[in-house]
Design a protein around this ligand. Structure first.
Ligand SMILES: [Fe+2]
Length: 164
């Protein structure tokens, strides 16, 4: 057993998130390239830059808690991103693919929101207020990214229905 205390649970969650963010940084350029709708492409590219900042923020959190966050693979995110890649096999380039990409991207955001929300609460409970507020910053970005995707989906889905 490697996780026996709240402190260890927080570190474990942080490592998971760190792995998840790094996987996302690698995956997003391919998904942006696969998108047709300019607003979707832009939303993905914006979130790529934001995600790079989230990696750096986690590194700062690692320094605050005195731990390296490397060495763990977030298997859940690996699966979510694999499903995102399946979209590229299952669809041709166009708005149907875009609608599927948004659905996949929103899975990514929701997975992250669950992780960041939990980690923030653990940090709060442990009295690590600076860590909690940094986690909260990222959580807010993930929520905003999700909301942006919902907005883009309205247009993309309507177009996809017309064209499909
Ligand atoms: Fe993220």
């Amino acid at each position: 057993m490697s996780v026996g205390t709240m402190q260890e649970l927080l570190i474990d969650e942080l490592k998971d998130l760190y792995s998840a963010e790094k996987q996302i940084v690698r995956a997003l350029p391919k998904l942006a390239k696969a998108a047709t709708t300019p607003q979707l492409q832009q939303a993905i590219l914006n979130h790529l830059e934001e995600t790079k900042g989230q990696v750096i923020r986690l590194e700062k959190i690692g320094e605050l808690v005195g731990k390296k966050l490397t060495g763990k693979t977030c298997v859940g995110m690996k699966g979510v991103l694999e499903e995102g890649s399946e979209v590229l096999e299952d669809t041709d380039k166009g708005t149907i693919r875009d609608a599927a990409l948004i659905s996949a991207a929103q899975r990514v955001e929701h997975y992250e929101m669950a992780g960041y929300g939990s980690a923030r609460e653990f940090a709060k409970l442990l009295g690590l207020s600076e860590v909690a507020s940094l986690l909260d910053e990222t959580l807010a970005e993930e929520k905003a990214a999700d909301k942006t995707l919902s907005g883009v989906a309205k247009q993309v889905n309507a177009t996809a229905k017309r064209e499909g």
